[in-house]
Write a protein that binds this ligand. Structure first.
Ligand SMILES: C=C1C[C@]23C[C@@]1(O)CC[C@H]2[C@@]12CC[C@H](O)[C@@](C)(C(=O)O1)[C@H]2[C@@H]3C(=O)O
Ligand SMILES: O=C(O)CCC(=O)C(=O)O
Ligand SMILES: [Fe+2]
Length: 326
C-alpha cells in the first residue's frame, strides 16, 4: 500500500495503487449449495482460501432487491438526516471512520445488532419501517444460508453433531452483527492511477461472514502467499469469508481470509454483510473431534468475549490472532 498526497476530499483515506487489471481472481471457488458435493467443496475452499461463493442458495431475488433499494434510498438522504442515525458505535450510522482506533475508509455504513434472526429491538436504527422490514426479511434469509454453509462445513469435516458449528451462531446469546456499506464513487481520483481504500485490509474476527453486493466490483482477497486478487462481482451470489474464530476452531485447518475493498471511481458499491459470532462466554478452542492423536491446539485458550474485546482495541489491519498463538 502506498500513501500518496491526494485531493482534499480523500486526504484522510489511504490510497492504493490501481490494481493491475490482470490480477483478477478468476478461480473463486463456487459452491452449489444444492449439490451433493457441496460439503467437500466448502471444506476444500475453506482450507485453500478461506473464501468462496455460494450459488443456488434459495434466497429470493426480491428479498435481495428490496433491501438494496431501501439501502440506496437511505444513503441518498441528506447528510444531516443520516448523521441523526449515528454514531456507529455501538450501533448506527457511520461515515469514513471505521472502528475506534483511527482507521478511515471511503465509505459510509450502518452497523446493526441482530437478535436471533432479526434486527435487535434495542437497535432503533434505521427508523424507517419499510427499510427495517426489508432488512429483517433479508437477515432471516441470509442467516439460513449461513446455517446451511456451516452444516456443510461440519459434514465435510466429518464432525458430529451436525450442528456443532451452527449452534454457536444460532444459540441463545449468539453475537450476530449486520452491516450495510456504501462506497460512493471516488471521482476525485479518476484518471490519477490510484484508488481510495474503501475498507482497509483485515480479517473478520467472527466465525463466518456472508456478503452480497450490488454489481459493483471492489472486493479483493489475499491469497495465502500474500497476492491480492480482485473478486469479480456477482449480485446473485453470496461470498463467504472464514473468520478468525473458525480458523481457531479448526486448529488452523480453515484459513481466515484477509480482504479489503477498493472504492470505484465511477460507480457506487453497496454491500450487505452478515457476521456470525458465538455468545460472549463461548470458549474458542479447536474442536476435539478435529484434533488428531497427540495434536495440540495452536492457540491459547480464550472466549469470544475476550477476543472481541482485544479485536475492538486493534487497528483494522492488525494480525489479531497473533497474540493468541502459542
Ligand atoms: C478497526 C476495527 C473495525 C472493526 C473493529 C476493529 O477494531 C477491528 C475489527 C473490525 C471488524 C471487521 C469485520 C466487521 O466489519 C466488524 C464489524 C467486526 O466485527 O470487526 C469490524 C469492526 C467495526 O467496524 O467496528
Ligand atoms: O463492504 C464490503 O464489500 C466488505 C466489507 C468488509 O469486509 C467488512 O465490513 O468487514
Ligand atoms: Fe470484512
Amino acid at each position: 500500500m502506498v500513501v500518496l498526497a491526494g485531493p482534499p476530499a480523500v486526504d484522510q483515506i489511504p490510497l492504493l495503487r490501481s490494481p493491475d487489471p490482470g490480477d483478477v481472481f478468476s478461480g473463486v471457488p463456487v459452491v452449489d449449495l444444492a449439490s451433493p458435493g457441496a460439503a467437500q467443496a466448502v471444506v476444500d475452499a475453506c482450507e485453500r482460501y478461506g473464501f468462496f461463493k455460494v450459488v443456488n442458495h434459495g434466497v429470493a431475488t426480491d428479498t435481495m432487491d428490496k433491501v438494496e433499494s431501501e439501502a440506496v434510498r437511505f444513503f441518498a438522504r441528506p447528510q444531516a438526516d443520516k448523521d441523526r442515525s449515528g454514531p456507529a458505535y455501538p450501533f448506527g450510522y457511520g461515515s469514513k471512520r471505521i472502528g475506534l482506533n483511527g482507521d478511515m475508509g471511503w465509505l459510509e455504513y450502518l452497523l446493526l445488532a441482530v437478535d436471533e434472526a432479526y434486527l435487535s429491538d434495542s437497535c432503533t436504527v434505521p427508523s424507517c419501517a419499510v427499510f427495517r422490514g426489508a432488512l429483517n426479511e433479508y437477515i432471516a434469509a441470509v442467516r439460513k444460508v449461513a446455517v446451511r454453509v456451516m452444516e456443510a462445513m461440519a459434514a465435510g469435516l466429518g464432525i458430529a453433531p451436525a450442528d456443532a458449528l451452527t449452534a454457536m451462531v444460532t444459540g441463545e446469546g449468539s453475537d450476530q452483527v449486520f452491516r450495510v456499506n456504501h462506497y460512493p464513487p471516488c471521482r476525485a481520483l479518476q484518471g490519477l492511477g490510484c484508488s481510495a481504500t474503501g475498507f482497509g485490509e483485515h480479517t473478520d474476527p467472527q466465525l463466518i461472514s456472508l456478503l452480497r453486493s450490488n454489481g459493483t466490483s471492489g472486493l479483493q482477497v489475499a491469497l495465502r502467499d500474500g497476492q491480492w486478487l480482485s473478486v469479480p462481482s456477482d449480485r446473485d451470489a453470496f461470498f463467504v469469508n472464514v473468520g478468525d474464530s473458525l480458523q481457531v476452531l479448526t486448529n488452523g485447518r480453515f484459513h481466515s481470509v484477509k480482504h479489503r475493498v477498493v472504492a470505484n471511481s465511477l460507480k457506487s458499491r453497496v454491500s450487505f454483510i452478515y457476521f456470525g459470532g458465538p455468545p460472549l462466554a463461548q470458549r474458542i478452542a479447536p474442536l476435539p473431534q478435529l484434533l488428531g492423536e497427540g495434536e495440540h491446539s495452536l492457540y491459547k485458550e480464550f472466549t469470544w468475549g475476550e477476543y472481541k474485546k482485544a479485536a475492538y482495541k486493534s487497528r483494522l489491519g492488525d494480525n489479531r490472532l497473533a497474540q493468541f498463538e502459542k
